[in-house]
Design a protein around this ligand. Structure first.
Ligand code: G
Ligand code: G
Ligand code: MN
Ligand code: NA
Length: 251
């Protein structure tokens, strides 16, 4: 409850900011994008981690105004980057239920001047759970704008694969539990990553392996044929200025 009360004013007090984590190509480690990750620094409590406050924001319906701010801020920042660097933004199921969602996305693009093809929205399988048909319709409108979709945390939810026929995802993000499991020689994790990569290939989607922390994990991901990699090995979520510097030095 107290968290909710603080969160209500966090936006206007400027306590929220975005961190940007690089996404690189698995074949040559070129930086091809960043994922925007929300951060909250409370003046007295210090840093409050997303796993604590995002569920609160979702329940209190604060995720809609916060999500709009995230989209606008991320698009404005990405508009400064070279045209071949994309921005990925996480979207909660609650946001897809907001009747103004598509309008707010259009407005974030218009205001920033960012090309729609440079924006990727990340949703989890859970958006298809409740009111699945409505989520599909909203995601169709998003695709119609030329925006890309990524399926986040793949393999950790309630994997029904039916929606993969109905919604055109560009990318499947393989949850880091599989990446780290595979690196620890878990035969199951290895088999699952192989299967996901094969499925993505045949459906015309790319894969992003999450949570690569070591060179061994990265080599394994490469061998397994994942398209892109995200993880501490290539960069932690960082301030906007550091992301710009990384782009400048990497190109
Ligand atoms: O750094 P990490 O702890 O940032 O993020 C934890 C979780 O919080 C991630 O799984 C991510 O999906 C979620 N998250 C981070 N930023 C946002 C955001 O802007 N919007 C939503 N809805 N979720 C976010
Ligand atoms: O939206 P999603 O759940 O995919 O958010 C990515 C989460 O994973 C964020 O919390 C981010 O900080 C975290 N993350 C990114 N790279 C790594 C990594 O290499 N190791 C670990 N442990 N976490 C990571
Ligand atoms: Mn994500
Ligand atoms: Na994820």
């Amino acid at each position: 409850r107290t968290l909710e009360i603080w969160l209500r004013t966090a936006l206007e007090k400027g306590e929220l900011h975005l961190a940007y984590q690089p996404v690189v190509m698995a074949n040559d480690t070129r930086v091809v994008g960043f994922e925007a990750l929300l951060r909250w620094t409370h003046p007295e409590k210090g840093v409050i981690p997303p796993y604590k406050f995002i569920p609160v924001a979702e329940e209190a319906r604060l995720i809609t105004p916060i999500g709009e701010w995230v989209l606008r801020t991320a698009c404005m920042e990405a508009a400064n980057w070279p045209a071949d660097v994309r921005i990925a933004v996480n979207v909660s199921p609650e946001q897809l239920n907001d009747p103004n969602f598509v309008t707010s996305v259009v407005s974030a693009l218009a205001h920033s001047g960012l090309s729609p093809s440079r924006l990727e929205l990340e949703v989890t399988e859970s958006v298809f759970l409740r009111e699945g048909t409505r989520a599909i319709a909203v995601l169709d409108q998003i695709l119609g704008l030329g925006i890309k979709l990524a399926l986040d945390d793949f393999g950790t939810g309630y994997s029904s694969l039916g929606y993969l026929r109905k919604t055109q995802f560009s990318t499947i993000k393989v949850d880091r539990s599989f990446v780290q499991g595979a690196a620890k020689k878990s035969a199951e994790s290895l088999a699952i990553i192989r299967a996901v990569v094969a499925m993505a290939d045949s459906l015309g989607m790319t894969t992003t392996a999450e949570g690569a922390e070591t060179e061994d994990e990265f080599q394994l991901i490469r061998e397994l044929g994942c398209t892109k990699v995200q993880g501490y090995l290539f960069g932690r979520p960082m301030p906007a200025e550091d992301a710009r510097e990384l782009i400048a030095t990497a190109s």
